[in-house]
Design a protein around this ligand. Structure first.
Ligand code: ATP
Ligand code: MG
Length: 413
């Protein structure tokens, strides 16, 4: 029979990869809860209109990457390609804005985009993200950036750069767009084929094209930060001031525009040079227009989404290996009750214990304990059961200490 394989662009996460995933998820949850974010879980699929309206036609996601199909009731549904639109839908649908003036959510979700799969780019991938809804203050931008930065620190991921920029409000972008088109028009034929298409629909995207030729062509282009109005400038300056206060190291990148249309004002990315063109690990910004676009309410918001799959590629494995504190070697069948009494007593007290379901020779146990990287070994034989004792040794040493059962907790700690 032909073997059935996972679909292109999807994968199983197990073993060390699952440990990495858990480590990222657990670290993120703890950190975000410390910062006052509460978890939100939204449905895996939504009405296609939500993403069309929210993310916007003309974006790569909506035009090329969505998993959209009709269900059996002929509704057009789409597997979520990103997290923000659904959070906003929930916020509007549940009238959360009427219940509280500041809402802080985080999510850890799988996302779906029909992309060309490669390392760090999948069709089903995972994001951890945050959204702060109901506040227009630059402090919110700075806190969101700073919590993303702390997350990278807590994960121990180094060599990352935080890039920030301001893309201004609608008026500024419309004015800037004209300036940019005027600048690009005489150079149009030199742009890459993608940018020749983008240039009219979405000329700002030319600024963050990865093609070197396009990058060189736009070196002297007018920049967004130079064209902000006074209020936008002030907002951007204040964001930077708070980033300094929060101890976040960042670089100003006037070409950063981000791929989603809903951003306004502050945008930011955390990037690495280690993952080639999959180098963006976290992206976000302020989206003061999105809530109006989806539900006709004037609510300011800011958030980010970070790619868990890419973070997994950057993690140092040593820090996440799930090694047991104690390996229990039990040598005879008749000691099963005592061996498991020892194991479960330790487990109940938060000690990580590895024990097998069948007795083995002392030598076979030792080999396994080393392989698992256990710190200590407990040895149980018939004598220990009768005397209510056990043998305890550091895995790396030869000396066995005989201790009483009621001493194990204090001896293990
Ligand atoms: P890229 O430019 O790499 O396509 P993006 O701008 O489309 O990224 P966002 O929509 O901002 O990405 O999503 C935030 C983060 O989610 C990205 O920075 C990345 O880490 C991750 N991400 C996005 N698409 C994928 C994917 N197909 N596979 C794995 N991770 C992804
Ligand atoms: Mg993309």
């Amino acid at each position: 029979m032909k073997l059935i394989k996972a679909m292109r662009g999807t994968r199983d996460i197990y073993d060390v990869e699952a440990l990495k995933f858990n480590f990222i998820e657990d670290t993120a949850k703890e950190l975000l809860e410390n910062y006052g974010f509460g978890r939100i879980i939204t449905p895996t699929f939504e009405s296609t209109d939500l993403f069309k309206r929210g993310i916007g036609e003309g974006t790569d996601i909506v035009d090329k990457e969505m998993y959209t199909f009709s269900d059996r009731g002929d509704r057009s549904i789409t597997l979520r390609p990103e997290g923000t639109a659904a959070v906003v839908r929930s916020y509007l649908e549940n009238k959360t804005y009427a219940k509280e003036d500041l809402t802080k959510y985080y999510y850890v979700n799988n996302m779906f985009r029909y992309e060309r799969p490669q390392a760090g780019r999948y069709r089903e991938f995972y994001q951890v993200g945050v959204e702060v809804l109901g506040n227009a203050s630059p402090m919110a931008d700075a806190e969101v950036i700073s919590v993303g930065y702390r997350l990278m620190e807590k994960l121990g991921i180094e060599d990352l750069k935080v890039n920030i920029n301001s893309v201004g409000g609608n008026e500024t972008r419309a004015k800037y767009r004209k300036l940019l088109v005027d600048y690009l028009t005489p150079k149009k034929n030199e742009l890459c084929s993608d940018c020749q298409n983008r240039y009219e629909a979405n000329p700002l995207r030319v600024l963050d094209c990865k093609n070197e030729g396009c990058q060189n062509l736009t070196i002297d282009a007018p920049t967004l930060p130079d064209n902000l109005n006074d209020q936008e400038k002030d907002h951007y300056e204040t964001v930077k001031k708070y980033l300094d206060i929060f101890g976040v190291k960042y670089v100003e990148n006037p070409r950063l525009v981000r791929g989603l249309d809903y951003y306004s004002s502050t945008v930011f990315e955390v990037i690495t040079e280690k993952l080639g063109s999959q180098g963006t690990v976290l992206g976000g910004g302020r989206y003061d227009n999105l809530i109006k676009q989806i539900g006709d309410k004037d609510v300011s918001a800011v958030g980010f989404g970070a790619g868990i799959d890419r973070l997994m590629m950057l993690l140092n494995e040593d820090q996440i290996l799930n090694t047991p504190d104690v390996y229990i070697s039990w040598l005879d069948e008749e000691n099963i009750d005592y061996a498991f009494l020892v194991a479960n007593t330790l487990r109940d007290n938060n000690v990580k214990v590895y024990i097998e379901y069948a007795p083995k020779s002392a030598n076979a146990h030792r080999k396994k304990a080393f392989k698992l990287g256990a710190k200590k070994e407990i040895i149980i034989d018939s004598e220990s059961k009768t005397n209510k004792t056990l043998g305890l040794k550091e895995l790396s040493s030869r000396d066995i200490e005989i201790i009483n059962f009621n001493e194990i907790l204090e001896k293990i700690r």
